[in-house]
Write a protein that binds this ligand. Structure first.
Ligand code: KIV
Ligand code: ZN
Length: 512
């Protein structure tokens, strides 16, 4: 059995299924490039048959990515599979990932198909796909809750038809590590041709065990591919987190004995990019990428780390992209220092013009905030990246007045298709007044379903990063804004969400 663990990233497909996380083609392409820098083995770029937007995103990624395999999801039917193959034409290495549900519950209630019909459809689809491409992955959806005998029958047949990877999803996050590991092991032992395919794990996090289940699938079950997402992004409680699985395997190589090709130094930049693009904030105590992941607050721990860092640190912050010295740049820093810092953080900008634009925003920020931390730079770059040329709304300025005992007032100046407009309102607080000032002009009628503020680098001197989730006519979008003034950050986040609602770009999520 191989001692290499394949990392299959599905941030752009399964991760995108989170409410409001759907991304435009350009956003997906940017993240795909970061995943390539990270050296993930397989990038699941989307679900080509689900919408024209997703087809174009898969196509653009297939044409741009050279080092990772690019994959498209497809239901087990000829149309979906052909559409995937078409979108993947330009890829240097391409994979079709086809799936059909195999649990009694899903077959009966969702598909309304008999087990024999599902068996036949799975077999035919893999045969069809294998005529188009050599690299075919098959997933029995809700596999973990499927009848073992039936599952063995289906998987043996699809391997016989040429499936090269067999992925066993715990679609609803029901598994327990030991049981899931044993489940994979039994499948591999019972299926006569199991050695002809690579076995893969795909775990959802509903009981908080996606990473533990995936690792058990590897250790106990002998799986050699893990499907995961940056920050564990995904619907409901999310998917298995890439950064946690990768760092577990690297840090405990003594236990797993596996090689993993991911270049972990790019993890933090990938985490920031995904969080900023989707509006899904990373909790401060999140392993590896949370703001507190390497912060030693207690005196005993600080003392220990200063004497010998391995007293309390099992990983080095800089190995996953955190800088050892977090205070990096200030007002007097030049363009070269800024550019070098971006490189150190694993951020590659597409052109000199992009660097100049980011540097100009850095200077603006440095005028207002004395110490610029890595997190500020990453937020600034991500915000720069999410600004679209065709955005309807742009922030210009904001003035607000609030005093104890008085109702806060706000005036917001913003652009609508390049033309400046002024909105004015009162509100329950300064944020409420500012967003109402914008809404008084825009009249979007959107419902706000989430508002959250996060201090980017921990103290009151830090920038606030605000996420606003809006819902309108069945669409859900997230907008993100950052600024040292959280009222301004809120206005920027609101305008960013309005831009996404307005955007003509196809944001239909790829539904599995
Ligand atoms: O969770 C799941 O079952 C999936 C499949 C489509 C692989 O995402
Ligand atoms: Zn899934």
């Amino acid at each position: 059995m191989s001692d290499r663990l394949i990392i299959f990233d599905t941030t752009l497909r399964d991760g995108e299924q989170s409410p409001g996380a759907s991304m435009t083609r350009d956003e997906k392409l940017r993240i795909a490039r970061q995943l390539e820098r990270l050296k993930v083995d397989v990038i699941e770029a989307g679900f080509a048959a689900s919408s024209n937007g997703d087809f174009e995103a898969v196509q653009a990624i297939a044409n741009a990515i050279k080092d990772s395999t690019v994959c498209s999801l497809a239901r087990a039917n000829d149309r979906d599979i052909s559409r995937s193959a078409e979108a993947l034409k330009g890829a240097r290495r391409a994979r079709i990932h086809t799936f059909i549900a195999t649990s009694n519950l899903h077959m009966e209630k969702k598909l309304r198909m008999s087990p024999d019909q599902v068996f036949e459809q799975a077999r035919q689809s893999v045969r069809f796909a294998r005529n188009l491409l050599d690299d075919i992955e098959f997933s029995p959806e809700d596999g973990y809750r499927s009848d073992m005998d039936f599952l063995c029958r289906v998987l043996e047949a699809v391997i016989h038809e040429g499936a090269t990877t067999i992925n066993v999803p715990d679609t609803v996050g029901y598994a327990i590590p030991e049981l899931y590991g044993e489940f994979i092991r039994s499948l591999r032992e019972r299926i006569p041709n199991s050695d002809k395919a690579i076995w893969s794990v795909h775990c959802h996090n509903d009981l908080g065990m996606a990473v533990a289940n995936s690792l058990a699938g590897v250790k106990i079950g002998g799986a050699r591919q893990v499907e995961c997402t940056i920050n564990g992004l995904g619907e409901r409680a999310g998917n298995c987190s890439l950064e946690e699985v990768v760092m577990a395997v690297k840090t405990r190589r003594d236990y797993f004995g596996l090689d993993c090709g991911v270049d972990a130094r790019h993890i933090l930049a990938a985490s920031r990019m995904v969080s900023q693009t989707t509006g899904f904030v990373v909790q401060p105590n999140k392993a590896v990428v949370g703001a507190n992941a390497f912060a030693h607050a207690s005196g005993i721990h600080q003392d220990g780390v200063l004497k010998a860092r391995d007293t309390y640190e099992i990983m080095r912050a800089e190995d996953v992209g955190w800088s050892a010295n977090k205070l990096v740049l200030g007002k007097l820093s030049g363009r070269n220092a800024f550019k070098q810092r971006l490189l150190d953080l694993g951020v590659e900008m597409e052109s000199e013009a992009d660097i100049n634009a980011a540097f100009a925003r850095f200077k603006e920020l440095a005028d207002r905030k004395s110490d610029i931390f890595d997190e500020d730079i990453l937020a600034l770059v991500s915000e720069e990246n999410t600004l679209q040329g065709d955005d309807a709304y742009g922030f210009v300025s904001l003035a607000q007045h609030s005093e104890t005992g008085e109702r806060p007032q706000a005036k917001v100046v913003f652009t609508v298709h390049g033309k400046e407009v002024h909105g004015q309102s009162d509100g329950n607080g300064p944020v409420d007044a500012s967003l109402k000032a914008i809404e008084s002009h825009v009249k979007s009628g959107a419902e706000m379903v989430l508002y959250s503020v996060n201090a980017i680098s921990g103290s009151t001197e830090s920038q606030g990063e605000v996420t606003v989730r809006l819902q309108n006519s069945g669409r859900v979008v997230n907008g993100v804004g950052s600024d040292p003034d959280i009222v301004v950050a809120s206005a920027k986040a609101y305008l960013s969400a309005l831009n996404k609602l307005q955007s003509k770009a196809d944001r239909v999520a790829a539904q599995g």
